[in-house]
Design a protein around this ligand. Structure first.
Ligand code: HEM
Length: 161
């Protein structure tokens, strides 16, 4: 496994909502994994290094999570996370598919802000808020700017599962 991964819980209240619905199906594939801390782990794509401290750059990760609820009316796919610095913004995109299959163009789901506090193990944490282009992924329930769970980039992901 690549020794870099990102860890993301998506949004705790959304995960609780899914857990409450009778018959929710959740599946994880493509190298992603669930951790004991209710996060999803996506390994970095081969050869991917950390985001440069400044200037354009990106990190691609692999794997997908898929949730089906309400008899298939709720059908949320989040695949192959991509964190990229564009100008002064850091964006989190996924290949998404909802309601009727997936698209291949990544959707910018969230805007990220890096936390300044350095962590002992060298991991980097970003606070995440929903981007306007990601509103439809959650069925229009959350407005742009809604806080999502923070996302972490870690070394040695095996120690986080
Ligand atoms: C049969 C169709 C659906 C029904 C009956 C339904 C019902 C509900 C209800 C009752 C709530 C409020 C739950 C609460 O506050 O505890 C809720 C919240 C929510 N629903 Fe649905 N829903 C449906 C479809 C969808 C679809 C298609 C999506 C798309 C992803 C969606 C996403 C959400 C989200 C994101 C929340 C907010 C969860 C949170 O953060 O608390 N729902 N829904």
């Amino acid at each position: 496994m690549n020794s870099i991964a990102c860890l993301w819980g998506i949004k705790a209240s959304f995960m609780r909502y899914l857990a409450m619905q009778h018959g929710t199906q959740a599946s994880i594939g493509g190298g992603a994994a669930a951790t004991a801390k209710n996060e999803f782990l996506f390994p970095a794509a081969p050869g991917v290094g950390f985001l440069p401290a400044a200037g354009p750059g990106g990190m691609r990760f692999e794997g997908d999570v898929h949730f089906i609820a309400h008899g298939g009316l709720l059908n949320v796919v989040l695949a192959d996370p991509w964190i990229q610095r564009v100008g002064d913004q850091i964006l989190l995109s996924f290949i998404t598919g909802e309601y009727s299959g997936s698209s291949v163009t990544p959707t910018v789901l969230a805007e990220l802000v890096e936390r300044q506090s350095a962590e002992d193990d060298g991991s980097v944490t970003f606070d995440a808020t929903l981007a306007s282009s990601g509103i439809h992924v959650f069925g229009g329930v959350y407005a742009a700017g809604e806080p999502l769970d923070p996302i972490r980039i870690v070394h040695n992901p095996n120690t986080h599962t």
